[in-house]
Design a binder for this molecule. Sequence first.
Ligand code: GDP
Ligand code: ZN
Length: 355
Amino acid sequence: MQGKIIKGIAGFYYVYVRGRGIYECKARGAFRKKKIKPVAGDAVEIEITDPVDAEGNIVSIAERRSLLIRPAVANVDQALVIFAARKPMPNFNLLDRFLVMMEQAEIPTTILFNKVDLVDREEIERIRRIYAASAYPIHFMSAKENLGLDEIRRQLSNRTTTVAGPSGVGKSSLINRLQSATRMQTAGISVKLGRGRHTTRHSELIPLEGEPSAVEGCLNTGGKGEAEPSGGTGDPAGRFRVNRHFIEDEARVLEEDSPEMICEEIRGRYQGARGFIVDTPGFSSLYVPDFEKEDLAFYFPEFLPYMNACRFQPCTHTHEPQCAVRKALDRGKISQSRYDSYLQMYEELSERRRY
Ligand code: GDP
Ligand code: ZN
């Protein structure tokens, strides 16, 4: 059976199988010898060892499309980096460092500015202009006033997104609004909540709300035999429906429970979440990753159209005469803020090479 690791804790991996729910798995011996440690986001093949308790073994890991470290998460499709338009004031240099990191990791990034309720239109336009030439998608929202969230939901739908940003910008507020109200449940009969308490931070894939993540209709065992909408967390358009025979089979197993409990059980277990977010710890500084300073300009997408036209090749775009990048800066094609970040990171990379 194919699934996706949504969380790993102390040697146990919680594997989400679409349409079934979550299995608690161990990495099987033979596979562990290869010394590849499964991480959240990994696409895995599992064998079920105990269908009642929803336990199994991971037998193989699919090749990773990407791997982020700290926190470790595989197969992220994109990053969402969130800053506040005010309180705290945006640190554009920090944002640009993050963007360079993601360019190097080849992870497409969307920029999000929260707390737009605290600034006027001009300020929003000023921020927008800084990034216009870079072509990163940029969104503005207010978690407080519930503005701009639909745009974000569209951006996140059907993908696995890592959400990052400095602390205090409203990341938790955003994630609270986006995540599915229905917690993911085990595929087994007995509901497990993970093994004991854990204090260490683990990456975890959080299912998004608004995905067809919960079953709309739930079995009514009160005699009518009809699936009734349960409201709230489901798919209002009814695009996603569970095979009713499947539910009825399960209901028989659960017949000692009350209809409400059966409803909750089934609703929780048959989920079709596709979009996930991964919360990452807030950061206050970022080191430019280790690469040659000559490569830095390639991580500023808006520099690319000009770089070939520089008089000197290679050009560092810091002081050379007839530098096309600096000309573009003078003509306002590249923003001063972005160029300043480039210079600062370039300096840092130059310093580092001296040791
Ligand atoms: P985190 O540290 O990034 O997770 O930020 P939180 O979600 O904890 O929010 C930090 C503070 O900003 C809290 O006091 C929130 O109430 C506040 N906050 C979050 N979103 C908004 C917003 O859109 N507008 C305003 N004015 N305040 C917000
Ligand atoms: Zn140049």
